[in-house]
Design a protein around this ligand. Structure first.
Ligand code: MN
Length: 498
């Protein structure tokens, strides 16, 4: 999966001409060294591009508009080396439409006690100039990220890296196109939502097709291609027939191979990045897409079951944000299924009818063919596995009627206590922060869905920053959550987002 662009971030240093040419030369040298240091750190997922020092409203406005127009520019990082009168920034900021990071840093790490004089003070006064800049951005009500600390510090660089991924999420959100193959599951509330509002807020295009339209693509896949893909499956995965006839088993697997190839052809041709299905609406398909959807998710497509386009788009978005993460552990569609309420072992068993992304698998996935016990189709082939242990985020985007709310829960995925030999689906087991009882109570009070977009590779900070950039409400459930506080937060948000 590629997001298609070689994104870069511009580094814009603020100053003014009050301190003379020598000072401006030093400002430029320092900014260039910082950009070089950031790029050489090996910690940033995208390149930082140095831009000439900004000292007046003409160049500032011009630079921000060039950033708007440059398709590869995913955002601007600003830093005021000296004092830079902030009225000069108003026009440029007003016209700027991309993510903004205010890096509140300075060139030197330590005060040079032995040599410091007034020339040094005038040249190196970010503590002063960045406050002036921060004031105007706050006064103008512009959403931005502020990161404080020395530019060569590991934590500062890691936070910049995290923000860059959020910025890519903001930039790429407007390119997400979701195809709905069938509508929302009958009578289900939480997977519904206002698609026009989602287009306005997030830029998502959400289109419906008849299942028969995509089924034609599945039927058109040449048999040789299906056979070749089935061979690939048999190489790549364990095969657990559980006593089924070998030939019959393989035929069931072949149905999913044809669905994978046909769906991918449809998605590529029509330029969609996420898909929803509904087990109630499968006209023309022999099986509910299972293994096929799991593999498409692994390739970077978003997915939501039962017509859940919000989660499908979120899975796609989070896969783009996490793309290229070193030692990535995976991102998937997920569903809360059943609890373990034993004291000290509390947690939620996560799974779905079939569709969990193998990017989160702990071990080599296995193919099984089992009855679905819902719908009226053939037994679908699916990948079965358990998931990696570790910290992750579970997110749910819900439509509250007058606004979208993003709920973000920190969760801890735990090793499966015992094997579940009769469970025919992929699963994870997690304990939500701050604990199961408070976490689940808070989730329910927030109106969170049973479907989530889940990732080991993103953080609460990144997801809430993305929500802020999109101008929507976000609520966090983490180790600091108390029921009293979250009830108040929800009440206050009710007023703020009215
Ligand atoms: Mn479901």
């Amino acid at each position: 999966m590629k997001n298609g662009k070689n994104y870069k971030f511009w580094f814009a240093t603020g100053s003014q001409d009050l301190y003379g040419e020598d000072c401006l030369r030093e400002v430029e040298q320092h900014a260039r060294k910082i950009v070089e240091g950031l790029n050489n750190s090996g910690r940033l997922p995208f390149e930082v591009v140095w831009k000439p020092t900004l000292i007046d409203n003409v160049t500032i406005r011009k630079t921000f508009n060039e950033a708007n127009a440059d398709e590869e520019c995913a955002g601007v990082i600003t830093w005021m080396h000296t004092f830079s009168p902030a009225k000069s920034w108003i026009l440029g900021l007003q016209e700027f439409r991309k993510p903004l990071l205010h890096l509140h840093t300075q060139f030197n790490e330590e005060i040079p006690y032995d040599t410091i004089d007034m020339d040094f003070m005038n040249t190196n006064q970010s503590a002063h100039g960045d406050r002036e800049f921060g004031h105007i951005v706050s006064r103008m009500g512009i959403e931005r990220k502020v990161i404080v600390g020395h530019w060569n510090d590991k934590e500062v660089q890691e936070r910049i890296a995290g923000w860059m991924r959020t910025a890519i999420g903001v930039m790429e959100s407007s390119h997400i196109r979701v195809v709905r193959v069938g509508d929302n599951m009958r009578n289900v509330a939480v997977t519904e939502g206002d698609k026009v509002e989602a287009h306005i807020k997030f830029g998502w295009e959400i289109d419906a097709y008849n299942v028969t339209d995509i089924a034609e693509y599945v039927d058109a896949v040449p048999k040789a291609d299906v056979d070749a893909l089935v061979d690939k499956y048999y190489d790549q995965y364990e095969i657990i027939t559980e006593g089924r006839d070998e030939k019959e088993f393989r035929e069931h697997v072949a149905v999913q191979a044809a669905i994978e190839l046909g769906f991918e052809q449809f998605l590529t041709e029509k330029n969609y990045h996420a898909i929803v299905t509904n087990f109630e609406m499968l006209a023309g398909l022999k099986q509910l897409p299972g293994l096929a959807i799991q593999r498409l998710m692994e390739k970077g497509y978003g997915f939501g079951a039962e017509g859940d386009w919000k989660t499908a788009a979120m899975v796609r978005l989070m896969k783009i944000m996490a793309e290229g993460t070193k030692d990535a552990k995976g991102t998937s569609f997920m569903e809360d299924y059943t609890y373990n309420l034993v004291k000290g072992k509390e947690g939620i068993l996560q799974a779905h009818m079939l569709e969990v992304c193998p990017s989160i698998a702990k071990e080599k996935p296995a193919i099984k063919v089992c009855p679905l016990s819902m719908g009226k189709r053939e037994d679908p082939a699916r990948l079965v596995f358990t998931s990696k242990p570790g910290k992750a985020v579970a997110t749910s985007l819900v439509d509250m009627g007058n606004r979208f709310r993003l709920i973000v829960n920190e969760v801890n995925c735990l090793p499966q206590e015992k094997a579940m030999p009769k469970l025919p689906v992929a699963s994870a087991f997690w304990r939500p922060e701050p604990n199961l009882a408070t976490g689940a109570e808070a989730w329910i009070l927030c109106g969170g869905a049973h479907h989530t977009a889940f990732s080991y590779d993103l953080t609460v900070e990144q997801m809430t920053d993305w929500a802020a950039m999109m101008g929507i409400e976000s609520v966090v459930i983490d180790k600091n959550t108390t029921i009293r506080d979250i009830k108040n937060e929800l009440r206050w948000n009710e007023i703020y987002y009215r």
